[in-house]
Design a protein around this ligand. Structure first.
Ligand SMILES: [Zn+2]
Length: 111
């Protein structure tokens, strides 16, 4: 989608510190890390919310989660990690292109 920063990152039109990419997803370092390791997993397909996940998008998200699981050791996350999907204004979703935060590299607080 035009003027979407994550579409542009996925297309390589905006530089990012990519750690993985394939034909469906890209994973890159968050520019404002909230943990020692903070990555963003972004599907190349543009949609903003889980509510917009139809059959194909649902399958894509399932594959993305499974890939994160398989890639975790290579991403420095062998000791554990947390996934976060912010949805909407109250959650602080700042980019309206669905993305999965991957946090780890250190013990994470859980209250
Ligand atoms: Zn987008």
């Amino acid at each position: 989608m035009e003027n979407c920063v994550f579409c542009k990152i996925a297309a390589g039109e905006i530089p990012s510190a990519k750690v993985y990419e394939d034909d469906e997803i890209v994973i890159f370092k968050d520019i404002e890390p909230k943990a020692k390791i903070h990555l963003l997993c972004v599907p190349r397909a543009h949609f903003a919310t889980l509510a917009e996940a139809d059959g194909e998008r649902t399958a894509l998200l399932a594959r993305a989660l499974a890939k994160i699981g398989r890639l975790a050791p290579d991403l420095g996350l062998a000791e554990g990690y947390r996934l976060v999907v912010n949805q909407g204004e109250n959650a602080g979703q700042t980019v309206m292109h669905l993305h999965i935060h991957i946090l780890g590299g250190e013990p994470l607080a859980w209250e």
